[in-house]
Design a protein around this ligand. Sequence first.
Ligand SMILES: O=C(O)c1ccccc1N[C@@H]1O[C@H](COP(=O)(O)O)[C@@H](O)[C@H]1O
Length: 220
Amino acid sequence: MVRAKVCGVTSESDLRAVERAGADAVGVISEVTVDTPREVSLSRAATLFDAAPPFLTTTLVSMPASVTRAVELAAAASPDVLQLHGDFDADEFQRIGAQTDARVVAVVDSESPARARAVAHVVDGVLVDSVSDDGGGGTGETHDWTATAEVVETLDAPVTLAGGLTPENVAEAVRTVRPYAVDVASGVEAEGGVKDHDAVRAFVRNAKAAADGIRPEVPS
Ligand SMILES: O=C(O)c1ccccc1N[C@@H]1O[C@H](COP(=O)(O)O)[C@@H](O)[C@H]1O
């Protein structure tokens, strides 16, 4: 079994589409230091989380500059999960986790798997992404899945795979990496910041079918 997270939701209608597709988690992006059409204000993130139905895990995706700001963000938007891009070390993650009710997920650059091992013991999960030079995600780029498969195998923590996933490649990604969850942002969009509801449905279906050993369907 694999969990599916759909990230970069900016509207209530996309939120409903994510839920109807059977996704396990939804991500809303706020306070990031990169230019992205998927960013919303913190108050908008809080509104979207309030509109989320029960049993859909809400995730705030952010790039705060300090421990204090990370804690403030979680308090302001009340997500279930705080997904943190940036350079926090284990001590900083521990301090964030101690001051928030949200679960904390550390984003790790696929090219720095050692960082996953350095922080995994103080966070609730690790997300391995194809990180851009400025530290952001949403690159639409895949990375070396066999290296991430090794992280999954050797780390005693839930590892989420992200970066360039689409309805077309997610089945192969799941079979190769065997992650705890898969995460997609740009790969299921009709345009920047707007989800393609058919693609969202196909992404979730294909991820879960692959984990169950069922052949994927590719949307026309
Ligand atoms: O999606 C963004 O624009 C973004 C900006 C800054 C930080 C994180 C961002 N998104 C995260 O990137 C990954 C994968 O994105 P993609 O599928 O390759 O487009 C995902 O974890 C999003 O949470």
